[in-house]
Design a binder for this molecule. Structure first.
Ligand SMILES: Cc1ncc(COP(=O)(O)O)c(C=O)c1O
Length: 436
């Protein structure tokens, strides 16, 4: 790892940080200067356990030479090629490699540079599909309360986090289903909660209100991430699928967090046995080493769009399918397959879930929930996530506060060892003792 100390810290004033209280950060900066495996190193030389995979993305762990070397090779071979009307082999190679992993039929892939762009792209493809079928009046989207679908206008509008929405103008014609968090009926259920399938029937009510022939698509995260780590109630996704089929709506799963092994399966769709019409992905496709996202398009949509021999999606960016990002993706997928990281996630997740389950009687804990290797502790009302994650960091562990669910989430790299899981559990128990 490189060495660094606060003495060679750059000036912090010019950079406006995202989703960060800038003044507060700059008064007490937290800068990581290196990372390897599960650990970041801070500028003052402390090792910190990354129990959040950065921002839910570094699934293969930090500092993997396989990915870094593939990126270097690609940069020195072909740094960039035009993305429109021309291309390069790495984009096609990555698309073919990841199409082998998706549910049957979801094998057309449009690349983007982020999860937010993936969501916008999926929403636009849904509109293009309905237009191709002669139903261009289907323009509404249905999202869900507490959903996070990124920060662009479409994703923000179908999203359900008030602080991200209240400052900005939203897309017209968007409605929301109820969120599925039910502390009274489902607290401490591990995996899929037993209660709440009927919440999917909200979609029938939205359809009754607006008319099916005005609605283009429904978008949900299979496991709501930033809104609280909420696995879907048993039967919920199946019901959404059935209602969409009944009324001709496109079902989109936002798999930006759940994709690429996090749940113990390659995708949430396979994990829950429900196949959407489109899936968005980002983050762990490169294990976060370089920005890349995209949309998997299934047969129902692609058959209509591909039917026109001159079909062209009037959509894309300069960096769509960037060679270095695609090279990082191929190297990442190779190592994830070679090491069977989804299976590792399932095993590590069992240990983490069981360990957190041992804390259910702690007065600081209101709830434990999770699936695979993404877990959350619902904190007692007297403990806010901010002070919790701060105390956790003092003990050398990064957790992610989820204020909408008064929770702290753990989503460590899938390579986490038993000893590292135990270190995370010990720090959690100590912080609960300190704050409860
Ligand atoms: C489910 C989901 N969708 C979309 C996004 C947006 O992705 P990005 O931050 O890459 O734009 C996120 C980011 O956390 C996410 O969790």
């Amino acid at each position: 790892m490189d060495d660094a100390s606060s003495s060679n810290r750059p000036d912090l004033s010019a950079y406006w940080m995202p989703f960060t209280a800038n003044r507060q950060f700059k008064a007490d900066p937290r800068l990581f200067v290196a990372a390897r495996g599960l650990y970041y190193r801070t500028e003052d030389g402390r090792e910190v356990l990354d129990a959040t995979s950065g921002l839910w993305c570094v699934n293969a762990g930090h500092g993997r030479p396989e990915i870094a070397e593939a990126v270097q090779r690609q940069l020195l071979t072909l740094d960039y090629a035009p993305a429109f009307q021309m291309s390069h082999p790495a984009a096609f190679e990555l698309a073919s490699r990841i199409a082998e992993l998706t549910p049957a039929g979801l094998d057309r892939i449009f690349f983007t540079n982020s999860g937010s762009e993936a969501v916008e792209t999926a929403l636009k493809i849904a509109l293009a599909y309905h237009r191709a079928r002669g139903e261009g009046q289907r323009t509404r989207f249905i999202g869900r309360e507490r959903a996070y679908h990124g920060v662009n206008f479409g994703g923000m509008s179908v999203g359900g986090l008030v602080n991200n929405r209240r400052t900005f103008t939203l897309l017209p014609g968007v409605d929301h289903l109820r969120h599925t968090h039910d502390l009274e009926r489902n607290a401490f259920s591990r995996g899929q909660p037993a209660h709440g399938a009927e919440l999917a029937d909200e979609l029938e009510r939205r359809i009754a209100l607006h008319g099916a022939d005005t609605i283009a698509a429904v978008i949900v995260e299979p496991v709501a991430g930033s809104g609280g780590v909420l696995p879907p109630p048993v039967g919920y996704l199946e019901r959404l699928r059935a209602i969409c089929d009944r009324h001709g709506l496109i079902l989109i799963f936002d798999e930006v967090i759940t994709g690429f092994g996090r749940l113990g399966s390659w995708f949430g769709s396979q994990h829950y046995g429900v196949t959407p019409d489109m899936m968005t992905f980002a983050k762990a496709v490169t294990s976060g080493y370089l920005p890349l996202g995209g949309v998997f398009v299934g047969p129902r949509v692609r058959e209509w769009l591909e039917a026109d021999p001159a079909y062209m999606l009037a959509h894309g960016n300069t960096y769509t399918g960037h060679p270095t990002c695609c090279a990082a993706g191929v190297a990442n997928i190779n190592l994830m397959r070679a090491e069977d990281l989804p299976a590792k996630a399932a095993a590590a997740g069992k240990r983490l879930g069981a360990g957190l389950g041992g804390l259910v009687d702690h007065p600081g804990v209101a709830e434990i929930r999770g699936e695979g290797l993404v877990w959350a502790i619902g904190l007692a009302p007297s403990i806010a996530p901010g002070p919790f994650t701060e105390a956790l960091l003092q003990r050398g562990v990064i957790g992610r506060g989820l204020p909408y669910a008064n929770s702290v989430a753990y989503s460590p790299p899938l390579i986490i060892t038993d000893e590292e899981v135990d270190e995370l559990l010990a720090a959690t128990a100590a912080v609960l003792d300190e704050l409860a």
